[in-house]
Write a protein of this length. Structure first.
Length: 379
């Protein structure tokens, strides 16, 4: 096994070499790049600040306040799990947080009101969805002829603790057949991926019990509903009169202190996969490497670590959405070893052509994840 460089239980960097544990703090000479990516894009080892490229606004759940906030174009979004990075997504519903608008359909058993309940963004913009009579009670919106794939909305408990929803091509007639969702006193993001992309899909949040029928007076709270063109819904996108696209983003870190391709080095970072994107998610890549140093997450929840022309992979399903993982590559210049959550994934030869690095790029392609604690050692 090659040297396993990481953090010990006390939070200090460490290297296990020949069975001995050598402690290193964040100022150790061998740690040459360190971006915590918790509240800023600063390299603690003196390199240039990281930069975000995203030409549109983007929402996120702020890691300090736990409120939904909006970042302006080309500004970072820091959640509890670190820096949020996403690829592009288009949201098709209109007036996503105004179910009283004519774009929405309410059946005759529903009334809407705003009673001052605080929404996930910290404002009194939540909607009370209440049944006025016994029977099916729902709000719905036809999202039109668009290739949408997934749904996300926010809900919390009123005087009922369960609702149902659907995303399908059928008119809603049997509420009991839809997916039932347990509610709590806290706001929840509720997600669903569609079985197919239909041109006439509807989305409904129903004040219905498991039986498929509400009782007069039943109510719950609702905020911001999305239908997105993604295999799994991404962060909330607010729309009013037209479909809205959040453009793809990436983060570029300073590569100046990055060890040369064929020199000993250790690259380590934490990440939280947030959802299936229907393809490979590029966690990082050293831009300019002809045969790159890179880490990829596949749609089969597999971590792929690449150093040169060879790759090391974890088993299918070893990554868990919503769970923090630690990835690591350790190279002695001739061979490299991959680690996932401290467990070796095996070794492979460092081979191929080096190239000339120009940047360390996070989320250079499809992606939806939090990333933090990006570190590079020159051993």
């Amino acid at each position: 096994m090659l040297a396993d460089t990481g953090l010990n239980s006390s939070g200090v960097a460490a290297s296990k070499v020949g069975g001995s544990l050598v402690k290193r703090d964040a100022n150790a000479d061998n740690l040459v790049i360190y971006y915590p990516l918790q509240t800023d894009l600063i390299d603690q080892k003196g390199g240039s600040d990281g930069t975000i490229s995203r030409s549109t606004t983007g929402t996120y759940i702020d890691g300090q306040s736990n409120l939904v906030k909006t970042a302006t174009a080309n500004n970072p979004r820091f959640e509890r799990g670190g820096l949020l990075l996403e690829s592009a997504a288009t949201q098709y519903l209109l007036h996503t947080n105004d179910p009283s608008n004519a774009a929405w359909s309410l059946n005759s058993n529903v009334t809407l009101s705003q009673d001052g309940t605080i929404a996930p963004d910290g404002n009194a913009t939540a909607w009370k969805v209440q049944a006025t009579a016994n029977g099916a009670a729902y709000i719905a919106q036809d999202r039109g002829a668009n290739a949408a794939n997934s749904m996300r909305y926010w809900a919390k408990k009123g005087n009922i603790d369960e609702i149902s929803h659907s995303i399908s091509s059928d008119t809603i007639v049997d509420q009991g057949s839809n997916d039932n969702v347990a509610l709590t006193d806290e706001w929840q993001e509720i997600d669903q991926a569609a079985a197919s992309a239909s041109d006439t899909a509807l989305v409904a949040c129903n004040a219905d019990r498991v039986s498929g029928s509400a009782t007069a007076g039943d109510y719950f709270y609702f905020w911001e509903c999305n239908i997105q063109d993604t295999d799994f819904p991404t962060s909330t996108i607010n729309s009013t009169t037209t479909a809205t696209t959040r453009n793809a983003e990436s983060c570029v870190l300073d590569h100046t202190n990055l060890p040369a391709w064929g020199d000993p080095q250790t690259i380590e970072f934490d990440f939280i996969p947030m959802g299936d994107r229907g393809g490979n998610q590029q966690l990082f890549i050293v831009t300019g490497d002809t045969n790159p140093r890179a880490a990829i997450m596949t749609a089969a929840e597999v971590l792929v670590l690449q150093f040169g022309s060879n790759q090391i992979s974890s088993g299918a399903g070893t990554l868990t959405y919503g769970q923090k993982h630690t990835a690591k590559m350790v190279s002695d210049g001739a061979n490299f070893e991959g680690f996932l959550d401290g467990v070796s994934l095996g070794t492979a030869a460092v081979s191929g052509v080096a190239g000339t690095p120009s940047a360390i790029t996070l989320n250079g392609g499809v992606g939806y994840f939090n990333i933090s604690e990006f570190k590079v050692w020159n051993v």
